[in-house]
Unconditional design. Structure first.
Length: 471
């Protein structure tokens, strides 16, 4: 990462200087590019509100992993809660009010039982003291019910309160390189928690904070290889020659997938080199051509039969303020960034060229969530992709899912060309005071493709270090 500010902040000279000037020091985020998503591990502190609905599953899952489970039995209600779950998990008790130096990799709170505003006090009571014991680079996870208006006004308010609480908490722990995220579950979907829990407790989620994902009830994968979760799968990655697309191709290959790298003919040499290094295939198609979707379909069906994973990463920018934007700038961006995605999905789905339990992942952008000066075309295309993701998710069959990632400021060739001040603002205006890496986006994409992520459908997950922009 070519970030002079962060490099100085982490130097011996810079540490003293930044402290004297009271300047924010970007934390060192931990990543694991060579490691497949691991099961949960480390020392975990877990608690829940009254009538917690997924606590038993959490305990049973974590007990089977390389996890040291601890619970703060701070009152009779907590003692009764854990006793009622009749779990075989070995759980050590931990006194939050003590001056213990023990630190925890993860803090998990099951808030699914909260129905009344007064019951939100349990969330405060736990984290008020538990945060003192969170490791640098640790992970905070809150589990709540999916927001549904039929739950009643007061319970609905409580579920929304968890959203605001998580976002604010993420900003408080960001300075120590820790993240905080909310997992929402529907009744019956708690059995689908394992992979999502593992992701948010791992280094794979390092640049994802202050966010929420929703799990829907679905069939569990019969057998998952955690060593090579995508073994036997074929993935198509568009815009694969550089940046996020290139890193996504590498990470999917790391996780066992055979990768088809697609990009424009002008990038053929780079594309061939990448595909060769991954043991994959190169596919040169100009997505701006009218029949590009049909070209993709013919290539897939003739050479592969079907694909298991489709990653829509290809995109362009043509920035101008709206008053100065020519027609072709609007048309080109909307065509490549949105229309071609819908066309490719349509022809592949209609031809049944996406396998059962296949995965579709689109790359949206924080610009589509917050808007950006001089990018009405780009923001419209990326917001449209987010809306399309939510709408298509409800119509897919045969276990196929669609999700999207929304990157914030990511250190790429493109952002390196951004004017200095604009680049610095993009880097500093998030909870980690630094830009993300293409790896951070690629890890989320791979997570969405994981066999254990079957219950994730219609989500748009921001990978932005909790940028101040957007909601």
């Amino acid at each position: 990462m070519n970030d002079l500010y962060t490099n100085i902040a982490h130097s011996n000279f810079g540490q003293n200087l930044f402290k004297a000037l009271n300047l924010p020091t970007p934390p060192k985020l931990k990543r694991s590019p060579d490691e497949v998503l691991p099961h949960a591990r480390g020392r975990i502190l877990i608690a829940g509100a009254k009538n917690a609905k997924v606590l038993k599953h959490l305990l049973n899952y974590l007990a089977k992993q390389k996890v040291s489970l601890n619970t703060p039995l701070w009152d009779d209600e907590q003692i009764s809660l854990f006793a009622s779950h009749n779990t075989q998990a070995h759980i050590d008790t931990f006194g939050l009010s003590t001056s213990s130096n023990h630190k925890f990799k993860g803090l998990i709170f099951d808030a699914t039982g909260i129905k009344k505003i007064a019951e939100l006090k349990a969330v405060y009571s736990f984290f008020h003291q538990a945060l003192n014991h969170l490791k640098t680079g640790g992970h905070v996870i809150i589990i709540g019910l999916e927001v549904q208006t039929e739950l009643g006004a007061e319970q609905y308010a409580c579920l929304q309160a968890l959203e605001g609480f998580t976002k604010s908490l993420a900003k408080e722990v960001g300075a120590k390189g820790a993240n905080a995220n909310l997992i929402r579950v529907q009744p019956g979907s708690e059995r689908q928690l394992d992979a999502t829990l593992a992701f948010f407790l791992s280094r794979k989620s390092s640049y994802v904070t202050g966010q929420s994902v929703s799990l829907e009830k679905s069939r569990l994968a019969s057998k998952i290889s955690w060593h090579k979760p995508l073994a036997g799968k074929t993935a198509l990655v568009t815009g694969a020659a550089f940046g996020i697309g290139e890193e996504t191709a590498r990470i999917l290959a790391r996780d066992g997938a055979a990768v088809v790298c697609l990009d424009i003919p002008a990038n053929q040499a780079k594309l061939n080199q990448l595909a060769s290094s991954l043991g994959g295939h190169a596919l040169c198609i100009d997505l701006s051509e009218k029949d590009a979707a049909e070209q993709v379909l013919v290539a897939v069906t003739s050479q592969l039969g079907v694909v298991d994973i489709v990653i829509h990463n290809a995109g362009i920018t043509r920035d101008k303020t709206l008053r100065k934007m020519p027609d072709n700038f609007w048309e080109q961006v909307l065509d490549i960034n949105l229309d071609k995605i819908t066309q490719i999905n349509e022809v592949l789905l209609n031809a049944k060229a996406i396998a059962s339990k296949g995965r579709i992942v689109g790359v949206s952008s924080i610009s589509g969530i917050a808007g950006n000066f001089g990018q009405t075309n780009y923001a419209a295309s990326k917001a449209g992709l987010a809306g399309y993701t939510a709408a298509l998710a409800a119509t897919l069959e045969n276990g196929i899912t669609i999700n999207a990632v929304a990157p914030g400021f990511i250190e790429t060739r493109m952002t390196n060309k951004v004017p200095f001040m604009t680049r610095e603002i993009g880097r500093r205006t998030n909870s980690f005071s630094q830009g993300g890496l293409p790896l951070d986006v690629a890890e989320v994409i791979s997570f969405f493709c994981h066999p254990g992520a079957q219950a994730l459908n219609g989500n748009v997950l921001r990978v932005c270090g909790q940028s101040l922009l957007g909601r």
